[in-house]
Write a protein that binds this ligand. Sequence first.
Ligand code: SAH
Length: 235
Amino acid sequence: MIDYNIFTKKSIYRTLVRMKKFQVITLFPEMFTGVFENSMMWKAQRDEIVQLRTINLRNFGIGPRQQVDDTPYGGGDGMLLKPEPLFAAVAEARKNDPTAKVLLMTPRGQRWKQSIAQNWSESDHGYIFICGRYEGYDERIVSLVDEQVSVGDYVLTGGELPAMTIIDSIVRLIPGVLGGESSAQIESFSDGETLEFPQYTKPAEFEGMAVPEVLLNGNHALIAKWRADHSFKAE
Ligand code: SAH
């Protein structure tokens, strides 16, 4: 008898692609619940395409107060994340995914962009994210890190928003996560520079503003030309 179950999306992915693991080391795991438990990120976990997991750095804190931070040598304002809890948390994450690459969120890292998201969505290993907090982290953590990544030339309060941004941009490119398989391929930056054309949905007229006539007439050649004319290059 033919086992029709073999044709279901779930089992195809289980057979062909190893579930990709994203683990985030953070002092604020609850920040991730809204992002990980909704919409496409939730669906990607349900379909066993990805595993999204937070690791609470506090659990690796030192002493009865589970201390994770301390003052910087040489003086200066603010606190830094101590090395011992960070090293222990990375070791814990590696137990769950020995081939994972370790990423450090830092304004000093290479700038995140769509082409890196595309490459990383195709890799056959998982990722461990380290989220800095306060004034940052003890530099010795860098000895465990494969890549340092920045989301832009501005300073955030912690690495959590950068980690969410990076995870979101990778996960949506993994085959099977978005509805139409091509929907990620024709959008902004997919060639590194082009920004998507404007789009419209129903109604055809709204508060005196009409949808461009060419998009309503079903002439695919004219529509393709209009879209090409209205796409432009990013700076
Ligand atoms: N004192 C540091 C900033 C610390 S911000 C400096 O001047 O560079 C606290 C943490 O937030 C950082 O350690 C880093 O993990 C994260 N972070 C802040 N801005 C970021 C950015 N643009 N990209 C990635 N991570 C960032």
